[in-house]
Write a protein that binds this ligand. Structure first.
Ligand SMILES: Nc1ncnc2c1ncn2[C@@H]1O[C@H](COP(=O)(O)OP(=O)(O)OP(=O)(O)O)[C@@H](O)[C@H]1O
Length: 376
């Protein structure tokens, strides 16, 4: 069995699911006629999925397709529906619309429900949920047959945990526990791995190290994975693509670079990084703006608002004159408030760039601006 437990449902107890929601419920209604399986090029297909809690529609028409071996991050603010969607894929929430398929096989629709323990879906939560009375090897090998001992050893090697196989969870650091939890979920070779905020218990330094290690392990295993996070840096650092979830909807699916440099909507732009806009008049590949003529990330014509992230600004002699209104030193970076042509702009500069309040400096934009229709 791949699904060991679902901490959120067991710990909170507050998620009142309709009675037909519980995982493990083997038979619901006869399944609807099964369409021909989709090509195996899709490891996971979430198609127009709705999930309701009573009358509240927590997930709204969510569509997302993962290719085999792809790592996709579901990025959104608290309450945007990320965990609900993940739980629907795992089999812990019933969908009220749409369908979910694993490698073409229908596993969830309003009329069809494959129980969680039969989905071959692995789960990793922020609470590592290791078995306290089992060793590292016992935890990882849980659910494997005796003949698969070699699998435990190779996973330990891959995660650089050789030598720790005889330890118990309380004898491990947080990062080691998280790696063991990951290996335990990977061991039975699930069809897809679901990770719910797996790094949020870790301090900042360890978090960065762990997310790189987790990504490396997932790639070495060729695992298809869906990672829920509210942390944009986590999502951007390790995902092949980021699915932005807002108000229950998946509003944009893009590579991390596209989400940062060329988001399709203003809302998605705010998930990709800090946002600020200046008015512009675009004429194809460039636009006139209070910062002079700026190249555009995509062609546009007419009045627009231009996305210029604070860190895209540079202090340069000969740039557009700007007055420094305020300065906040934050160590590696310094944040400046600049008055440019009657507009206040925020700039994030390297702290080596010296400018004091009251100075008049030259400002340029180092990255093509992203145009959005003014009316949006
Ligand atoms: N059992 C439940 N009953 C009623 N409403 C629920 C239940 N579980 C979640 N919700 C609501 O559904 C919405 C989506 O919740 P969900 O936990 O999926 O969001 P999330 O994006 O994962 O948030 P977080 O990052 O805080 O975990 C929220 O408004 C939440 O209050």
């Amino acid at each position: 069995m791949l699904v060991q437990r679902c901490p959120r449902s067991s710990s909170s107890g507050s998620r009142s699911s309709p009675s037909w929601c519980w995982p493990g419920e083997a038979t619901l209604r006869p399944s609807n006629p099964e369409p021909a399986p989709r090509p195996a090029a899709e490891a996971l297909r979430i198609d127009a999925v709705d999930v309701h809690y009573g009358r509240f529609r927590a997930v709204r028409g969510a569509t997302l397709v993962l290719a085999p071996g792809e790592l996709v991050a579901l990025l959104g603010r608290s309450g945007s529906g990320k965990t609900t969607l993940l739980r629907a894929v795992a089999g812990f929430e019933r969908v009220t619309g749409g369908e979910i398929r694993l490698a073409g096989e229908l596993i969830e629709s309003p009329l069809h429900h494959v129980p969680a323990h039969r989905r071959s879906v692995g789960l990793v939560f922020q609470e590592y949920a290791l078995f306290p009375n089992q060793t590292v090897a016992g935890n990882i090998g849980y659910g494997l047959s005796r003949g698969e001992r070699g699998r435990v050893e190779s996973l330990l090697r891959m995660a650089h945990l050789e030598g720790l196989e005889g330890r118990y969870p309380h004898q491990l650091s947080g990062g080691q526990q998280q790696r063991v939890a990951l290996l335990r979920s990977l061991a039975p070779r699930p069809r897809v791995l679901l990770l719910d905020e797996p790094f949020s218990n870790l301090d900042a330094g360890l978090r960065v190290q762990m997310r790189d290690e987790v990504a490396a392990i997932l790639r070495a295993e060729g695992m298809t994975a869906l990672l829920v996070t509210h942390d944009r840096a986590d999502a951007m650092a390790i995902a092949d693509r980021v699915a932005v979830m807002d108000g229950g909807e998946i509003i944009e699916v893009a590579t991390p670079r596209a989400l940062y440099f060329e988001p399709a909507t203003r809302t998605a732009a705010s998930y990709g990084g800090d946002v600020q806009f200046v008015p512009g008049e675009a004429f194809g590949a460039a636009a006139e703006s209070p910062l002079g003529q700026l190249p555009l990330a995509r062609p546009f014509r007419g009045p627009c608002d231009l996305l210029i992230r604070p860190e895209w600004l540079r202090l340069r002699h000969g740039g557009t004159p700007a007055q420094v209104c305020a300065r906040r030193f934050e160590g590696a970076v310094t944040r400046l408030d600049l008055a440019v042509g009657g507009q206040l702009l925020r700039m994030t500069a390297a702290s080596s760039e010296l400018a004091d309040p009251g100075d008049v400096v030259g400002v340029t934009v180092a990255v093509p601006a992203v145009p959005f229709p003014r009316s949006e």
